[in-house]
Design a protein around this ligand. Structure first.
Ligand SMILES: C[S@@+](CC[C@H](N)C(=O)[O-])C[C@H]1O[C@@H](n2cnc3c(N)ncnc32)[C@H](O)[C@@H]1O
Length: 417
């Protein structure tokens, strides 16, 4: 069975962030160019078999991609007899392969997307019927997990809760223009792990914390290499540092607030103690209590990336007067510039700085934020304007925290002349 594309990817709620991560992923596996088609929250890609293997290995370290799988065939939607027969063949082969390894009843979830509810429901019914017939023909009990509505697909939470990995598989179909595509989901993000990690943390501050998923995206986008050192000069409770450790890099955290300094240390300590090789793990991180503008005093290592959600200004419940807003953002611009300038000397060539920039939005035409071009210019870093693949514009909007501060993700790059 063949398709023009080999892999499908489903994005999270921030499509542009997922595309940015995907662009980083393709760079990481050394792709020079790629054929792709984008449709709604889905992207189809053409990868070789070797690239496909490397692609799936990377996914667990990304933060915003939701699902991905292998595309098995595409067919013209009008050629109903042909696609139904190919679908039966695909399901038959997959059921036989998967059921050989299962002791329990097999589960198959179905995810169909098209532009019309009527078409989606019809295809869903066809897939359901095919599964029921195969179940009878093969004399295998097969369960299709119930969802509130056939037009929905299992969320990653439901997928992991139902233990689909162990119990069966998900068949995925989309209709894009006149083509119908079918594939098998191969990877789904695991929110249960994030919930466990979040609830298990020794110290959490709800007003300071970066979400685990966002922290993972930021670390991934930094393209830091295994064994290098990541610096978070505003480390708070250490969420980014922890994601760094999980991605096998060494980490340095700095925070000037004694409460946050202790929180980061306790969280990293607790993480360290989960490892049999505690002593080795302990050598991989260090947290300093001090003002990051003077980070040169403590950072001697070469840094592979700076990744941070910095201080974003005072916690406000409503937008300040515009003059006040301009002053706050000017002060933040100065703070970020001095910290990046101080980091610059320790950065290796081509190292990236991935950081969140705050903004106050007054209307579609008026947003007040630090000037990223000035920050780049005054700290001798290059500002990235667009992603290598898929043309994602940067700095990228990533949504608000708990209060009225909007956030953008900016990427700077160090190039030593
Ligand atoms: C948004 S929080 C960081 C969130 C963090 N990524 C986390 O998940 O917990 C910003 C942190 O910057 C710290 N901070 C503010 N100004 C600083 C400075 N000049 N030097 C070092 N840390 C600073 C604050 O104490 C706060 O913990």
């Amino acid at each position: 069975m063949t398709s023009k594309y080999s892999v499908f990817v489903k994005f999270g709620s921030n499509r542009e962030l997922s595309k940015l991560e995907l662009s980083s992923l393709l760079e990481k596996i050394n792709l020079k160019e790629v054929s792709f088609q984008e449709w709604k929250q889905v992207l189809l890609l053409k990868l070789s078999e070797y690239e496909t293997g490397r692609f799936f290995n990377q996914l667990k370290t990304t933060g915003s991609i939701v699902k991905a799988g292998i595309l098995e065939f595409e067919e013209n939607i009008q050629r109903e007899k042909e696609w139904k027969s190919k679908l039966r063949k695909l399901l038959n082969e997959t059921i036989q392969r998967v059921s050989a390894k299962k002791k329990n009843q097999l589960k198959i979830s179905i995810s169909i997307q098209s532009v019309s509810n009527e078409i989606t429901t019809n295809i869903h019914k066809t897939v359901q019927r095919t599964i029921k017939n195969l179940s009878a023909d093969l004399d295998l009990p097969i369960k299709i997990p119930k969802l509130k509505n056939e037009l929905y697909e299992q969320t990653p939470f439901q997928y992991q809760k139902e233990n689909m990995w162990r119990r069966g598989f998900e068949v995925t179909g989309f209709v894009i223009k006149s083509k119908i595509f079918f594939g098998i989901t191969k990877w789904v993000t695991n929110p249960l792990d994030d919930i466990k990690q979040d609830e298990g943390r020794k110290v959490r501050f709800f007003t300071h914390g970066t979400s685990i998923k966002l922290a993972r995206s930021l670390v991934y986008l930094s393209q830091i290499r295994k064994g290098e050192t990541l610096l978070d000069p505003f480390c708070g409770t250490g969420t980014i540092l922890l994601e760094g450790l999980k991605q096998s890099v060494k980490v340095i955290g700095i925070d000037n607030d004694p409460k946050c300094y202790r929180a980061s240390k306790e969280n990293l300590n607790q993480f360290t103690f989960q490892f049999p090789s505690k002593e080795k793990m302990k050598e991989k991180w260090i947290v300093y209590k001090q003002d990051s503008r003077q980070l040169k005093r403590v950072v001697n290592d070469k840094i592979g990336a700076v990744v941070t959600e910095p201080y974003l200004g005072p916690f406000l419940t409503e937008l300040p007067e515009k003059d006040v807003a301009r002053n706050i953002m000017k002060e933040l611009e100065k703070l970020y510039t001095s910290v990046l300038r101080a980091s610059k000397e320790s950065l290796r060539d081509k190292a990236k700085v991935v950081m969140i920039i705050p903004e106050y939005q007054y209307s579609n035409d008026l947003t007040i934020r630090p000037n990223v071009e000035n920050i780049a210019g005054n700290s001798s870093l290059d500002l990235e304007n667009v992603s290598r693949f898929f043309s994602v514009k940067l700095p990228l909007e990533i949504g608000r925290t708990h209060n009225i501060i909007g956030r953008r993700l900016a990427i700077f790059r160090n190039s030593i002349p």
